[in-house]
Design a protein around this ligand. Structure first.
Ligand SMILES: Nc1nc(=O)c2c([nH]1)NC[C@@H]1CN(c3ccc(C(=O)N[C@@H](CCC(=O)O)C(=O)O)cc3)C=[N+]21
Length: 297
C-alpha cells in the first residue's frame, strides 16, 4: 500500500462551523432566532474543563448564545435535576449538554432522562435513541458518531452502501449509535467488543473500521484488510518515554498506515468533529423547536 489519505477532521470541522455560522446568520435575519446552547459541568476534571471552554468559544464564534453552568463536585442529583428543569423551561436555551461522566452520587440515566428530548443535543435520551434505532430523521443524533459518518460520507462521496463495517466498542455514546448510523447508510455492520472471540479476524473483513474502545493503540495495522478506511475515535493520553504525555488513538497509527487507504489522525481527526456537530445539533434543535426546515449541513 502507498501512504494513506489522512482524513483531516480538524479542517472538515472548520468548514462545518463556517456553514453553521452562515445558517445561524440566516436564522437570525429571517426568523429572529439566535440558537442557544447550555453546557453543564459538574466537578473539576481538567480535561472536561478544556472541552467545555472550547465548546463555549466555538458556540459564540458561530454566532450562537452560550450558557455555561459550573457546579461543584459535591452537587446532589436533586440539585442537578433542578438545573436541568430550569434549562428545559428556558426559551433562550435550544440545546442542553450535561458533560459526562458525572460524580458517583449522581445517577447518569436519571439526568439524561430528565433532559427535554427536543433539547437533547447529545442525542442520549431514550426518545432520541429510539428514533435513531427506528431509522427516523426527526431525532437528535449523538455528536461523535454523526461526525464519523460525515467524514465517511465525504470520503466515499455519499455512498457507503454495501460496505462491510466493523465497529469496535459497544458504548451507548459511540458504538451503538455508530452501528445504527452505518446500518442506515446500508453498510453490513458488525459490532465487536471485549468478548469478541477473534477480533483481528473480524477487523480483517472490514472495508470500514471504527475503533471506539478507549485502549491506546490496540488495533494493529496487520489486522486490517488492504485499503481499509479507518476511523479512530479513541483519545488516550499516554506517557512518553522521555517524559511528558501525548495523545494517541485506539489504533496503532504507524502500522495502520501500512495497510489503510485512509485514516483519521489523533489528535485532529474525530475529536474536533464532536464539537462542530454539537453546534450543528443545536441549530437542528432550534429549527425543530420552531417548525423551521432543518438546513443540510
Ligand atoms: N455529554 C457529553 N458530551 C460530549 O460530547 C462529551 C462529554 N459529555 N464528555 C467528554 C467527552 C469528550 N469530548 C471531546 C470533545 C472534543 C475533543 C477534541 O476536540 N479533541 C481534539 C483535541 C484533543 C486535545 O488536545 O485534548 C482532537 O482530538 O484533535 C475531544 C473530546 C466530548 N465529550
Amino acid at each position: 500500500m502507498s501512504e494513506p489519505k489522512i482524513i483531516d477532521g480538524k479542517a472538515f470541522a472548520a468548514g462545518l462551523r463556517d456553514r453553521i455560522a452562515t445558517e445561524v446568520a440566516k436564522l437570525k435575519e429571517e426568523n429572529g432566532i439566535t440558537p442557544g446552547l447550555a453546557v453543564v459541568l459538574v466537578g473539576e476534571d481538567p480535561a472536561s474543563q478544556v472541552y467545555v471552554r472550547s465548546k463555549g468559544k466555538q458556540t459564540v464564534e458561530a454566532g450562537m448564545q452560550s450558557f455555561e453552568y459550573k457546579m461543584p463536585e459535591t452537587t446532589s442529583q436533586e440539585e442537578l435535576l433542578a438545573k436541568v428543569e430550569e434549562l428545559n423551561n428556558d426559551p433562550a436555551v435550544n440545546g442542553i449538554l450535561v458533560q459526562l461522566p458525572l460524580p458517583k452520587q449522581i445517577d447518569e440515566q436519571a439526568v439524561l432522562a430528565a433532559i427535554d428530548p427536543a433539547k437533547d443535543v447529545d442525542g442520549f435520551h431514550t426518545t432520541n435513541v429510539g428514533l435513531l434505532g427506528t431509522g427516523s430523521d426527526n431525532g437528535l443524533v449523538p455528536c461523535t458518531p454523526l461526525g464519523c459518518i460525515m467524514l465517511l460520507r465525504d470520503h466515499f462521496d455519499g455512498n457507503l452502501s454495501g460496505k462491510k463495517a466493523v465497529v469496535i466498542g459497544r458504548s451507548n455514546i459511540v458504538g451503538k449509535p455508530m452501528f445504527n448510523l452505518l446500518l442506515k447508510e446500508s453498510c453490513t455492520v458488525t459490532v465487536a467488543h471485549s468478548r469478541t472471540q477473534d477480533l483481528p479476524g473480524e477487523v480483517r473483513q472490514a472495508d470500514i473500521v471504527v475503533a471506539a474502545v478507549g485502549r491506546p493503540e490496540m488495533v494493529k495495522g496487520d489486522w486490517l484488510k488492504d485499503g481499509a478506511v479507518v476511523i479512530d475515535v479513541g483519545i488516550n493520553r499516554i506517557d512518553k518515554p522521555e517524559g511528558g504525555t501525548r495523545l494517541v488513538g485506539d489504533v496503532d497509527f504507524a502500522s495502520a498506515c501500512e495497510r489503510a487507504s485512509a485514516i483519521t489522525p489523533v489528535p485532529g481527526g474525530v475529536g474536533p468533529m464532536t464539537i462542530a456537530v454539537l453546534l450543528a445539533n443545536t441549530v437542528t434543535a432550534a429549527c425543530q423547536q420552531n417548525g423551521i426546515a432543518v438546513p443540510k449541513l
